[in-house]
Design a protein around this ligand. Structure first.
Ligand SMILES: O=C(O)C1=C[C@@H](OP(=O)(O)O)[C@@H](O)[C@H](O)C1
Ligand SMILES: C=C(OP(=O)(O)O)C(=O)O
Length: 427
């Protein structure tokens, strides 16, 4: 049920969506002409992506305040040789190689040890089947080198059980292939991200259709586009959860019922836990009671970036909370199920962990220094738990790792909750 919120609230300033920013940047690079991205996310992941595109020879011009990027594409893949640094960004490692493979030259992609540990084999295998010469470390991870001479298109099967990002990368490159692409995606996780990919490809003029589990992309070229980027729904989950556990009202403008982001559905989890949620045409508001109702079991496989937000505050609920369907979250910046479980156990909370699930029992968190594992979401999720505990109960071993998607996180939380003592966020 959607109810109208009457309590005076606070308005959160949530930066742009990482997933939309990096998709739009790639689509702009693949389109003929100059596209404009308004209100892009400016963070480690999007700056890594933008720098990588520049390295591939794509001109990018940002305004002085970085609130607008102009990207000029040539309507084809890159040419020349380049070493491309993806840093920690999964989206860069999975979206850029297919684009590069449609061009001509030698392109080598590499990243941090954290990114090197994340799987790439399904993407490398798919590119090989489409006619590319691809080498990876043991066939399975970065560094990846592609000797590009264009991609054929045609029909492929893609194991999509580890990540949806391989499919997104292939779909976005498809209009640059020699013939239409058909992909049968097996065991697809994180489906809403594919819906986002399709919607944005269509905004840039591509022909995409889907039937009987097969996605088809025609060779109609992309056209340059002007796009306003909505706030990041995964990032918004932290302030919505903060509203729930502190008994306040928080509104995020610019995130409404037409959002392209599946992660906005996180507010349904808060509604289950007793918060009042209003998803309007162009804003979402959560009003908390300061208490959480537990005793539910939720599949968060489609919105797994937000499972940690719920798991970290779950000790405050009045009954256990089970989250399932999240096995692929073990393959991200950290093994996220293990990282959440270990931190909760360190705080004295009872937890049961399975291959793709976690159950969190009610309890009062003891003083704990959270091991962030350089994972922005572990840092931000546990900070929200800290808001509802005695001051100083929750501290982070790496507060600055939030910069992957939200460099101003601690400052914004302090603005919304003046009692919050921000931790050092500059590396
Ligand atoms: O396509 C995207 O922009 C993303 C897809 C998701 O990854 P998986 O498909 O690996 O779950 C998500 O976790 C990631 O933060 C961003
Ligand atoms: C999984 C994430 O990032 P990526 O896969 O884009 O590196 C994330 O932001 O939670």
């Amino acid at each position: 049920m959607t109810r109208t919120t009457t309590s005076p609230g606070r308005t959160a300033r949530i930066p742009g969506s990482k997933s939309i920013t990096n998709r739009a940047a790639l689509l702009a690079a693949a389109a003929q002409g100059t596209s404009r991205l308004r209100a892009p996310l400016v963070s480690d992941d999007t700056l890594a992506f933008r720098t990588a595109l520049t390295g591939l020879g794509v001109p990018v011009r940002a305004t002085d305040d970085d609130t607008s990027w102009e990207i000029t594409g040539g309507g084809r893949g890159p040419t020349g040789d380049a070493d491309v640094w993806c840093n920690d960004a999964g989206t860069a490692a999975r979206f850029l190689p297919p684009f590069a493979a449609t061009g001509t030259g030698r392109f080598t992609f590499d990243g941090s040890p954290q990114l090197r540990a994340r799987p790439l084999r399904p993407l490398a295998d798919a590119l090989t089947r489409l006619g590319a010469d691809v080498r990876t470390e043991s066939g399975a991870s970065l560094p990846l080198t592609v000797r590009a001479s264009g991609l054929d298109g045609g029909r492929i099967e893609l194991d999509s059980s580890l990540s949806s990002q391989y499919l997104t990368g292939l779909l976005m490159a498809a209009p640059l292939m020699r013939t239409p692409l058909e992909v049968g995606a097996r065991d697809l996780v994180s489906r809403p991200y594919i819906d986002m990919t399709i919607a944005l490809m269509r905004r840039f003029g591509a022909e995409v259709s889907e039937s009987d589990g097969t996605l088809r992309v025609g060779t109609r070229p992309y056209r340059a586009t002007d796009l306003h980027i909505e706030p990041d729904a995964s990032t918004a989950s932290y302030v919505f959860a903060a509203a729930a556990v502190t008994g306040t009202t928080i509104t995020v403008p610019g995130l409404g019922r037409d959002s392209l982001q599946g992660d906005l559905r996180f507010v349904e989890a808060l509604r289950k836990a007793g918060a009042d949620v209003e998803i309007g045409a162009d804003a979402t508001t959560v009003t908390g009671t300061g208490r959480l109702r537990g005793g539910f079991d939720l599949d968060m496989g489609e919105i797994s970036d937000t499972f940690m937000t719920l798991a970290a505050i779950a000790p405050l609920a009045d009954a256990p909370v089970t989250i399932r369907g999240i096995g692929h979250a073990r393959l991200k910046e950290s093994d996220r199920i293990a990282a959440v479980a270990k931190n909760l156990v360190a705080a004295g909370i009872r937890v049961e962990e399975g291959r793709d699930r976690i159950t969190v029992h009610p309890g009062v968190p003891a003083p704990t220094r959270i091991a962030c594992h350089r994972d922005h979401r572990i840092a931000m999720a546990f900070t929200v738990l800290g808001l509802a505990a005695a001051p100083g109960t929750i501290t982070l071993d790496d507060p600055a790792c939030v910069g992957k998607t939200f460099p101003g996180f601690h400052t914004e939380l302090r603005r919304l909750f003046p009692a919050y003592e921000p931790q050092e966020e500059h590396r």
